[in-house]
Design a protein around this ligand. Structure first.
Ligand code: COA
Length: 261
């Protein structure tokens, strides 16, 4: 049986065979994420956490694009300033979600499109997937505890290329570093994520939850603390001149000029 939840057209959710599936669906803007979309995503995760019929969670985009990250107009016009902003609510929700999360990622995964993956358990990527963390290029700093988790995952030198230079990395590097589980043709990623989530959903829930808790226990405290610290800096930097220059440049389809900043 499929149940469709009340969300918004840009965030589709359904529950089938014990799996809640969340689809990012804003193709005309490359699946960039607005405050309303984060709120819907946070609500879906919260509902999945409390609904005992949900035993695994899938996040997916389109086979051409996972997400272009935060909506830049939203960054400019309604920057998240408080810890209870929808984006931070979503990040806290996914990072502390106790049941397994499977992601299918195809095409670009920019900013939070990549950092949210650090909180997923299994990730299946299309061979067109590309990951980038362009926070510095936008006058910002990392979020989602990525300043801790990215160096831990890939080592400091490669983290510096990704986070200081903001250089994208391709799917093969992501596989080699252990960010993702498998590379598949883009048309197969969502189906594989679904298949793996259903496998998880058929296993004993208490064992899954306890195993995930134990695997994450070493990082849990520092992840929560780092997310708070990053959010405070990120919120402040969003309204500073470097970020404003980056956002107006993106929206005006020109290169940013940081020479005076
Ligand atoms: N916020 C708002 N709008 C966005 C967006 C974002 N993050 N990313 C893309 N869009 C919009 C573009 O402005 C464009 O809108 P328009 O058709 O009204 O002009 C539309 O989506 C298509 O984007 P475009 O850049 O033409 O697509 P592309 O295929 O050439 O490139 C990306 C795709 C994802 C590589 C590119 O859009 C990109 O780099 N986006 C910004 C990523 C970013 O910096 N995100 C913030 C991370 S913290």
């Amino acid at each position: 049986m499929t149940a469709t939840l009340n969300t918004i057209p840009e965030i589709l959710t359904s529950i089938e065979a014990g799996v809640m599936t969340l689809t990012i669906n804003r193709l005309d803007k490359k699946n960039s994420l607005t405050a309303d979309m984060y709120a819907a995503m946070a609500d879906a995760i919260e509902a999945a956490q409390h609904d005992s019929s949900v035993r695994a969670f899938v996040i997916q985009g389109h086979e051409t694009i996972f997400s272009a990250g935060n909506d830049i107009s939203d960054f400019l016009n309604k920057p998240p300033s408080k810890q209870d902003a929808p984006v931070f609510r979503f990040l806290r929700g996914i990072s502390s979600f106790s049941k397994p999360v499977v992601a299918a990622v195809c095409g670009p995964a920019v900013g939070i499109g990549t950092t949210m993956l650090l909180h997923c358990d299994l990730i299946y990527a299309g061979d067109n997937a590309a990951f980038s963390l362009p926070f510095v290029n936008l006058g910002l700093c990392p979020e989602a505890a990525s300043s801790f988790l990215v160096p831990q995952l890939m080592g400091y030198p490669r983290a510096a290329e990704a986070l200081l230079l903001g250089e994208p990395f391709r799917v093969e590097s992501a596989l080699e570093m252990g960010l993702i589980n498998r590379i598949v043709p883009p048309g197969e990623a969502n189906a594989l994520a679904q298949q793996q989530a259903r496998k998880l959903a058929s296993k004993p829930m208490s064992s899954l939850i306890e195993t995930k808790r134990l695997m994450k226990k070493g990082n849990a405290g520092v992840v929560a603390e780092r997310m708070m610290e990053e959010a405070a800096s990120f919120g402040r930097m969003l309204t500073e001149p470097a970020a404003k220059e980056a956002f107006t440049a993106f929206l005006g389809k020109r290169k940013p000029d940081f020479s005076a900043l």
